[in-house]
Design a protein around this ligand. Structure first.
Ligand SMILES: NC(=O)c1ccc[n+]([C@@H]2O[C@H](COP(=O)([O-])OP(=O)(O)OC[C@H]3O[C@@H](n4cnc5c(N)ncnc54)[C@H](OP(=O)(O)O)[C@@H]3O)[C@@H](O)[C@H]2O)c1
Length: 258
């Protein structure tokens, strides 16, 4: 039996850094993406960079349609891992519907539901299948990649903020219910992360690091991956906890006026 980390949404951006963090520490990796070509490409690149660990990509989407979570594909993913004798000892719930452009009371309800279903119900489903196996094998670790928008709102992201706040409630409830099985459940709360969206909108992001964070810089994917690694591998007595990785953005009240 091989132990592995399962990282969702790991063909681009932060998920890639999380995969690399675990693979570089000789851990086997399973990851997901929605597009078969992207999954294939990412798997090939990971395998080239980390030839000594097992890395397998799966193509799955969270939803069958706007309102229905694709439970079956999660079930199939875990059955396939069972067949390959791979045990998901760490589950990292990184994939998220960003809910971009959903304005309060302007969009159809299905737009709102889509985000809630992906960021909460689909993750719940992944946790269910992972936790069942962790319980049988004596424990494991679940890490949600949450967001500081769970606490502080940003414009036109009502569904996203709601989903991330709800995710924290779910994380705490799971930590409570699963503690007795030695399954720890925690959340990393990044602020802004430098992703491809950052590079595409330099004007928008120009003043953000220096004016809105005490540290004066935003996170890169590896900062988030470091926090995930801490929860997964070091935090033996920590569950139901939140680790904020936002350069201090959450504790700052006003933008710094130069
Ligand atoms: N970027 C930030 O500034 C920021 C700030 C705070 C928190 N976060 C959180 O950090 C995590 C990573 O952020 P990121 O910006 O790196 O993410 P991202 O690039 O927006 O997306 C991450 C992954 O989520 C997958 N995904 C999106 N919708 C999905 C769906 N319906 N079903 C299955 N997978 C889906 C995408 O898959 P495909 O590759 O198939 O598109 C993508 O690989 C997220 O949980 C995000 O909420 C990000």
């Amino acid at each position: 039996m091989k132990n592995a980390v399962l990282v969702t949404g790991a063909c681009k951006n932060t998920g890639v850094d999380i995969v690399k963090q675990f693979a570089s520490k000789s851990q086997n990796v399973v990851f997901t993406g929605r597009n078969a070509d992207s999954v294939k490409k990412a798997e090939k690149a990971y395998k080239q960079e980390f030839p000594d660990v097992s890395i397998i990509g799966y193509t799955i989407d969270s939803l069958i349609n706007e309102t229905t979570v694709d439970e079956k594909s999660v079930e199939e993913l875990f059955y396939d891992l069972d067949k390959k004798d791979i045990f998901v000892k760490t589950l990292v719930l990184n994939a998220a519907d960003q809910g971009l452009g959903i304005k309060a009371f302007k969009n159809p309800l299905t737009d709102f539901m889509k985000v809630i279903n992906t960021n909460m119900a689909w993750n719940y489903c992944l946790c269910e299948h992972a936790a069942k196996r962790m319980k049988e094998k004596g424990g494991g670790s679940i890490v949600f990649i949450n967001s500081n928008t769970a606490y502080r709102a940003i414009p036109d992201r009502i569904a996203y903020s709601a989903s991330k706040s709800g995710q924290l409630g779910m994380m705490r409830a799971m930590a409570l219910d699963l503690g007795k099985y030695n399954i720890r459940v925690n959340a990393v709360l990044p602020g802004m992360i430098k992703t491809d969206r950052w590079e595409k909108n330099p004007e928008f992001y120009k003043d953000v690091p220096s004016r809105f964070t005490p540290i004066g810089d935003v996170a890169v994917g590896s900062d988030v991956a470091d926090a995930v690694w801490y929860f997964a591998e070091h935090a033996r007595n920590t569950t139901g906890a939140e680790l904020v990785v936002d350069g201090g953005n959450t504790i700052q009240l006003y933008p710094i006026i130069k």
